[in-house]
Design a protein around this ligand. Structure first.
Ligand code: ADP
Ligand code: ADP
Length: 233
């Protein structure tokens, strides 16, 4: 069943001169790992913002999990090209942030704290950051911060994971390690992924389905299923 569906979507930013995307159509099924590739400026980030309710299109429909998107999508987790950890919080405290947002009742948060901490530590361990929980961002390398950001995007078990070039700034070794990590997390988990990248090798390694975008106008011009991406049980 379709989980993210954009139909004939056109969008211009309030400050933009031209259409950022124009007649965009995209359908990603539940549980799928989709990649969106295309040149800089073609509208990939705009697509991300539209699918998560950070922008609303002037034309067309955006439906996520069967509902029209009219507000920021809380079932989404997001990670970006640069790590976005709060510098005054430890890694563990940074990972708690999405939980504080989706569970604003302090008492419930406190009651479940041990469980959340355990979950955070398990996630950190899965990306090779077993001992980073008590460290502050400035005590970690860029790659470690990026891995922490990825964990934070997953901590509240989002049904939709949006990745906007999250591996782009990593060195080649860390990048490929993280590809495997995210692939395993997705294979074991129960969530849909949309990954924006301009690395075709990354897209073919990770995705079940690849969408290619063009600029001027920003829209999907090709779609391919990638059969060999991952053994599925
Ligand atoms: P990428 O996602 O490829 O790293 P960005 O999202 O940073 O690129 O920007 C893509 C394009 O959008 C660039 O040409 C940039 O100048 C333009 N852009 C980004 N933010 C704004 C803004 N607030 N106002 C106008 N143009 C913007
Ligand atoms: P990509 O992520 O593929 O690099 P974007 O979605 O960032 O592309 O940009 C698509 C188009 O929208 C570009 O022409 C860009 O300049 C424009 N754009 C992006 N963000 C803004 C913004 N905040 N304000 C005005 N124009 C923007």
């Amino acid at each position: 069943r379709p989980f993210v569906e954009l139909t004939d979507v056109s969008h211009t930013y309030a400050t933009g001169a031209t259409l950022a995307v124009d007649g965009l159509n995209l359908k990603v099924n539940e549980g799928e790992f989709a990649a969106v590739v295309g040149p800089s400026g073609c509208g990939k980030s705009t697509l991300m913002k539209l699918a998560t309710g950070l922008q609303f299109p002037q034309k067309g429909a955006v439906v996520v999990d069967g509902r029209e998107v009219t507000a920021p999508v809380k079932i989404a987790g997001m990670a970006f090209q640069a790590p976005t950890l709060l510098p005054w919080r430890t890694t563990l405290e940074n990972l708690m942030l999405p939980l504080e947002i989706v569970e604003p009742h302090r008492s419930r948060l406190r009651r479940h704290k041990a469980e959340y901490v355990e979950k955070a530590e398990a996630l950190l361990e899965s990306v090779g950051l077993k001992d980073a929980g008590s460290k502050f961002p400035w005590q970690l390398s860029g790659g470690m911060q990026q891995r922490s950001s990825l964990c934070r995007a997953l901590i509240h078990e989002p049904k939709l994971l949006m990745l906007d070039e999250p591996f782009g700034a990593l060195d080649a070794f860390t990048r490929e390690e993280l590809w495997c990590v995210i692939r395993d997390l997705h294979a074991r988990g129960n969530f849909t992924v949309i990954l924006v990248t301009h690395d075709l090798r990354e897209a073919t390694f990770l995705a079940d389905r690849i969408f290619c975008m063009s600029s001027r106008p920003g829209r999907i011009i090709a779609e391919r299923e990638v059969g060999f991406a991952r053994p599925r049980d």
